[in-house]
Design a protein around this ligand. Sequence first.
Ligand code: SAM
Length: 296
Amino acid sequence: MTGARELHPALLVPPGELHWSRDGIPLLVAETERYFALHGQDWDAELEAMSFGALAYLARYVPSLLAPNAPLRRIVRAALARHVTGEVDLAVELGCAVGADLRTLADAAAHVIGIDGSIAGLRAARTQLAGEPLTVLRRVEGRSFETDDAIELEPVDNVSLALGDALAAPVADAAAGIVLAVNLLDSVAHPLGLVAELDRILAPGGLLLLTSPLSWNESITPAEHALGGGTAQGWAELGTVRGLGELLSGRLPLVPGLGRYALLEEHDVPWTVREHARMVATYDVHVWVARKLATP
Ligand SMILES: C[S@@+](CC[C@H](N)C(=O)[O-])C[C@H]1O[C@@H](n2cnc3c(N)ncnc32)[C@H](O)[C@@H]1O
């Protein structure tokens, strides 16, 4: 982890006072008061004082750090190894959570920025990237948790973290040579807006890695914004997976101004998330690996 309170030059700072968490994560959202009203409890609290939502989140995602060879992590690592050929100055991950793939990106680029909307996730990411012990929570049932032995991983010194909204990512245009969004597409209100943001921050010639289980939930993504079925003419004809490929290839004009991409690889891989002792979900995640063409 790079030192606290250093902002990478590609990060965009909203107007007004800049807030940092106690452990050095900048808050790069426009409406800070609203943010603190909704999520302030988890900003600087010790683990025991965090909200139930934050604890459940940590129990769900911290275990990904214990499984670096899970199929999805291996696909991300292999795709980067195959397609990152020269030097890459900056890689950006939106929806980085606790940072399972930030470690992989840190080997592929000189510097990495990880953005997420969850301070619980970012604080866990900061701890593990600093090589400090990170508590592993296991949700038993309801609101009860147990702790397992803490994990302690090798420190990584070329990653910066920031709290931001992936739909208005606090990253400069064309700043990154690699952009990653692993299982974020169906976690946002406006998936095509996310595709536009990923495209905006990726430099021409850069590599896009996008993965999603496409498991839409109307309480997160309004039905009219979900990708697939009858939500748009293109999705009705092609379905989501092929439709998204056509969108990236420039043959489905649903996002004005979107760059054009050469699709390099696609995969379907399982991704397992444990919610609590009585619920473990396995998704079938689709992976798109694409190169942004130098000329649209
Ligand atoms: C399904 S999780 C996937 C996390 C991680 N990439 C992985 O594969 O384990 C989605 C992540 O996206 C984050 N997220 C959801 N909506 C977001 C938004 N609008 N802006 C930033 N992060 C967001 C969540 O906090 C969560 O960490």
